[in-house]
Design a protein. Structure first.
Length: 395
């Protein structure tokens, strides 16, 4: 009836399915984009369990939420982004709506931008999360790349980034990773953030900050430093937040979209169109995840517990980075992996080639994305030595 060819499989989700079908007892999954603990499990945080118990005892309705979702989630999201009593909050220059995950926030942002501007040009870092391109092309935008990762230095291509910023058109949309860049683990330097802010002001760029990993880099406040450079420059912004990673709420699909404008009236005007976009896509968000986050952030004891658990996750990821670098150095391969210690968050570009990745999968049942991106949280004390041994053989 529809005469369609089969759509290509998602490369990362397809890799996960292949891993599940692999029956080898010592298989290793470094492709999936979820946090794993030292036993290889994706845990439910204790703060989440306690919040769910509270909700079970006190929740008295399953009625629809309003279009913006749980009101307390909006309030707490702004506190995480801006800080307590920030002028943006006190002057009502920001408005926030709950969304179905960070992906939902990005799609709402795309539909909002179609309403707010006639410009249909979006710029993504090279590389970026693959779904960024999919979302904005599906919404009717033309997507270009700006230089970001320098394979030769395994760091930020700051010179290339600066050149590409200068080549962007007036009013184009620039997508930035707030912290813990996916897939490279390489974040913008302070100088780069300041240059982005300067060019965005000069060219009237619309900055969309994808803030999917707040707290997974250096800390909740530290990870928003780049965002605040943009805010201090007086830029209007869109911010897509995700609570999948820092709350472990992957299957609850909980996120938020925040618009920051020059003044109260402009913020209200913009937010009215965000709500119109939401109404046309999914009408209102699912309640449970939003209520969990709002409950945790709204109760001081639960918030303190969550912050300790978040710090534990961040510390484990850093320890696995260090252990991997040490493990590869001990094997005297002639390849220096120290650059991985300078990356942040769950992901790292390992420097492995596609051929090496394929050999690791075929010979050792180790699953890594073709680009060489690894999920550092997938490394555990139990699989560290087999992983390092296998990589040493393919180098």
């Amino acid at each position: 009836m529809f005469h369609l060819d089969r759509a290509p499989a998602d490369p990362i989700l397809g890799l996960t399915e292949a891993f599940k079908q692999d029956t080898h007892p010592d298989k290793i999954n470094l492709g999936v984009g979820v946090y794993q603990d030292a036993t290889g499990q994706t845990p439910v945080l204790e703060a989440v369990k306690q919040a769910e118990t509270f909700l079970l005892e006190h929740e008295n309705s399953k009625s629809y939420l309003a279009i913006p979702g749980v009101p307390e989630l909006a309030k707490e999201t702004q506190t995480l982004l801006f800080g307590d009593n920030h002028p943006i909050i006190t002057n009502a220059r920001a408005h926030t709506a709950q969304t179905p995950g960070g992906t939902g926030a990005l799609r709402v942002a795309a539909d909002f931008l179609k309403r707010a501007t006639e410009n249909r040009t979006v710029w993504l870092s090279d590389p970026s999360w693959a779904n960024h391109r999919t979302i904005f092309e599906a919404a009717g935008f033309t997507v270009h790349n700006y230089r970001y990762y320098d394979a030769a230095t395994q760091g930020l291509d700051e010179a290339g980034l600066m050149e590409d910023l200068e080549a962007m058109g007036q009013g184009d949309t620039l997508i930035l990773h707030g912290c813990c860049h996916n897939p490279s683990g390489i974040d913008l330097t302070e100088a780069a953030w300041r240059h982005v802010a300067h060019v965005a002001q000069a060219k009237g760029l619309i900055c969309l900050v994808d803030f999917a990993y707040q707290g997974f880099g250096e800390g909740l406040e530290e990870d928003r430093a780049g965002l605040h450079i943009l805010l201090d420059a007086g830029l209007s912004l869109l911010i897509a937040s995700s609570y999948s990673k820092n709350f472990g709420l992957y299957n609850e699909r909980t996120g938020a979209i925040t618009v920051v404008e020059d003044d109260t009236e402009s913020a209200l005007d913009a937010f009215s169109h965000i709500q119109a976009a939401i109404r046309a896509i999914y009408s209102s968000p699912p309640a449970h995840g939003g209520k969990i986050v709002a409950t945790i952030l709204g109760q001081p004891e639960l918030k303190a517990l969550w912050m300790r658990e978040l710090a534990d996750m961040r510390t484990r990821i850093k320890s696995m980075r260090q252990a991997f670098v040490t493990g590869m150095a001990d094997r005297n391969t002639g390849v220096d992996f120290e650059f991985i210690n300078h990356q942040k968050g769950m992901f790292s570009f390992s420097g492995l080639t596609k051929a090496q990745v394929e050999k690791l999968r075929a010979d050792n049942h180790i699953y890594i994305v073709g680009s060489g991106r690894i999920n550092v949280a997938g490394i555990t004390p139990a699989n560290l030595d087999p992983l390092c041994d296998a990589i040493a053989k393919v180098l």
